[in-house]
Design a protein around this ligand. Structure first.
Ligand SMILES: Cc1ncc(COP(=O)(O)O)c(C=O)c1O
Length: 402
């Protein structure tokens, strides 16, 4: 009999080597208890979380928790159905209304995850005979959306407007075009030059979709994302986002002013052929989005913490992926996989959880320890995080010298 899992033997062996070396498992961390947006108990020890996407600290916001509890009492634990059949409750309609208000757009559609939002939007908007032109560093959900649909797919060099222009210029005149961009790219934490990219896309008659997963809440005057911060309202056709980061729960969405947008509910498989989100989740999301409409103080705290951590790590001699704190993700560049895993392990033993990232999540040859901040990290937290990075590095140097 064929062993269909044999193709993963190399990865399994690599993973086992790491465990045999006595290192903690970077892909098997268990949060035994979560104490706040910035603290959890891991391995019996209180740990500072510097690797979540809890940018606006909404997971413990009292009004969000109250809304979730009330929704369980009113609607029960789950919907047991698709949005287009029995799975639309008042709570789903409520969160879509909140999104329309937050983005000041005419239409909002909620999916069960951000992954499914990209899967659905990308695969459905561009069909046979159309072309999707996407940034080479796009999130896996965008790539998977391309695989699910029937459009031709063309990649352009990361954040390179001249390359986008060249690629669009080579397309047949009659082909429908969708350019897919992200506001913040989650691996390196770099911000897209959307102004240039969108201008190029529009000059070639393309529609534009921007995924603002890592920017919602704290980019732009209303927290709508990088497209708002760069003055592109009215220029972007579709904005995709997630509830799993700044909103603090789970779910995905797309918003648009396109007058024909509502038909997508009836033709998008990752929307119509899956159960809708549980009412507690959408009620929490609505309460959270309404808080984000008045979250200037959180936004300021998040940017202050981000700038302080970027400066602190840089002064301590760590190599960072961006020159300045462009977003709330600060990626520390590491030389290779071994050094990355060792430092990740040492940090966790020093009470700091960060994300370890390596190919294929990162571009080839790029190994990262990714820090992401929350509005709820205090100045003292940031100082502690920098100190622990220095201590972890020193403990590894001492072990290597011994
Ligand atoms: C850019 C981007 N888009 C979409 C997603 C998927 O979001 P979700 O976690 O809601 O599935 C992510 C998640 O990491 C992301 O980084």
């Amino acid at each position: 009999m064929t062993d269909l899992l044999a193709k993963f033997d190399r990865f399994a062996a690599e993973h086992q080597t790491l465990l045999d070396a006595g290192l903690l498992d970077p892909f098997g961390v268990v949060m035994e208890e979560v104490l706040s947006p910035t603290r959890a108990v891991i391995g019996g020890r209180e740990t500072i979380l510097v690797g979540t996407y809890n940018y606006m600290g909404m997971t413990f916001e009292p009004s969000v928790l109250a809304a979730a509890k009330a929704a369980i009492d009113r609607f029960g634990a789950g919907s047991t159905g698709s949005r287009v059949l029995n799975g639309t409750f008042a709570a789903h309609v409520g969160v879509e209304a909140a999104l329309r208000e937050f983005y000041a757009m005419d239409h909002a559609i909620v999916f069960s995850t951000g992954y499914q939002a990209n899967l659905g939007m990308v695969s459905t908007l561009a069909g046979k005979g159309d072309v999707i032109v996407l940034d080479a560093d796009s999130h896996a959900s965008i790539y998977d959306g391309c695989k699910l649909g029937h459009a031709e797919v063309v990649r352009f060099r990361h954040n390179d407007a001249a390359d986008l222009d060249r690629r669009l210029g080579r397309l047949p005149k009659e082909a429908g075009r969708l350019v897919v961009l992200e506001g913040v790219y989650s691996m390196l934490g770099d911000v897209a030059p959307l102004k240039e990219l969108v201008a190029v896309a529009k000059a070639h008659g393309a529609m534009v979709l921007v995924d603002e997963a890592h920017a919602m809440g704290f980019f732009g005057p209303h927290g709508r994302g990088v497209y708002e911060a760069q003055g592109l309202e009215g220029e972007v056709d579709f904005v995709v986002g997630t509830f799993s980061k700044s909103v603090g729960t789970v779910g995905g969405f797309a918003v648009s002013n396109h007058p024909k947008f509502e038909i997508l509910r009836l033709v998008t498989n990752p929307y119509r052929f899956t159960a809708s989100l549980p009412p507690a989740v959408v009620a929490a999301a609505e309460a959270s989005i309404r808080c984000l409409m008045r979250a200037a103080d959180k936004r300021e705290r998040l940017w202050a913490a981000t700038r302080a951590l970027h400066a602190g790590l840089r002064e301590a001699g760590f190599r960072l992926a961006t020159e300045t704190a462009e977003s709330a993700i600060i990626a520390v560049l590491m030389p290779d996989q071994e050094a990355t895993v060792a430092m990740w392990d040492a940090l966790l033993r020093h009470g700091i959880y960060v994300n370890m990232s390596r190919p294929p999540a990162t571009p080839a040859g790029v190994f990262l320890l990714r820090c992401s901040l929350s509005s709820e990290h205090s100045r003292e937290d940031v100082a502690t995080i920098v100190d622990r990075f220095i201590e972890a590095r020193a403990s590894l140097a001492a072990a290597a010298a011994a």
